[in-house]
Design a protein around this ligand. Sequence first.
Ligand SMILES: O=C(O)CCC(=O)C(=O)O
Ligand SMILES: [Fe+2]
Length: 331
Amino acid sequence: MDFEPPFQVSYKTLLKKATKSDNEIFLVEEYCELPLINLSRLSSGQQLERERCMNEIADAASRLGFFQIINHGIPKEVLRSISYEQKNVFHQPFQKKVKDNFLNLSANSYRWGNPKATCLRQFSWSEAFHISITEIPRMTTEYKSLRLAIEKFAKAVASIAKILAEILSTKLGIRSCSYFQDNCPAGSSYVRLNRYPPCPYSSKVYGLIPHTDSDFLTLVYQDMVGGLQLFNHGAWFSVKPNPDALIVNIGDLFQAMSNCVYRSTKHRVVGNTQTERFSVAYFYCPSNDAIIQSFTKPAVYRNFTFSEYKLQNQTDVQENGDKIGLSKFLL
Ligand SMILES: O=C(O)CCC(=O)C(=O)O
Ligand SMILES: [Fe+2]
């Protein structure tokens, strides 16, 4: 199939190790029931219902760093349309997808595998379009329906991200917090379209390597294939797909800002030998010069700007093949 990235050819030496290794590291049997939060209660006329809903959100963010939301208000059509369009774009010929001006996005927007990986555990058997919200309007008209689908999805999810961020900061005891309003303009966030092609070594090679997200919050819409796993109390658990839910996870910036009250939980994706998998992630981020500081004292991490954080992560990936993250900013 001409749309498949040439993993086997380009990463031959690395993948040879997978055929030799009999270390089946991803056989996770256990499912993790993510807290399922009904967001419609936020607009309930009853104060008690609203309070309960907000407490559940804060509780899930601190216990697990992951939860699911239902009745989130995103029209089914918006989700159906982004799913359809992302499948279509990933099924374009590989030679087209790798061209710098494909979709008229910035270079390096399309990613596959990991050119910096020096060993299997740094390698991801997946492809993605990483898109800054500011780039969406200039996407090529040839893919107008994709552009519209991303635009609608991003707009709907952005408003949920902002509401969740404000609830989480209120629950830290911060009153009338305008931080997100002031520091997270719509254009600073990102959408990432993910595709996990069938992988012949799926029990030995990651779909997406274990990582934490470098943002405040991530919202993910996934198909029904499954493969997302999270690390909790020393073990990996699979997340059961729910067609009506979006997954929310806390990113590093909220962990820093909350002095570790909210958890940026490590997660990964395990591929499938037979079936391709799709997901769309929305990363709720501040502007580059926003200062990330803890709301409460004493602080666990030193203050840093978002661009400083991204630069440090990039350097770490260059030098180690992997992100080190917040531990570099401990006081
Ligand atoms: O595909 C998924 O379910 C998760 C994707 C993810 O973790 C990411 O893009 O950061
Ligand atoms: Fe992630």
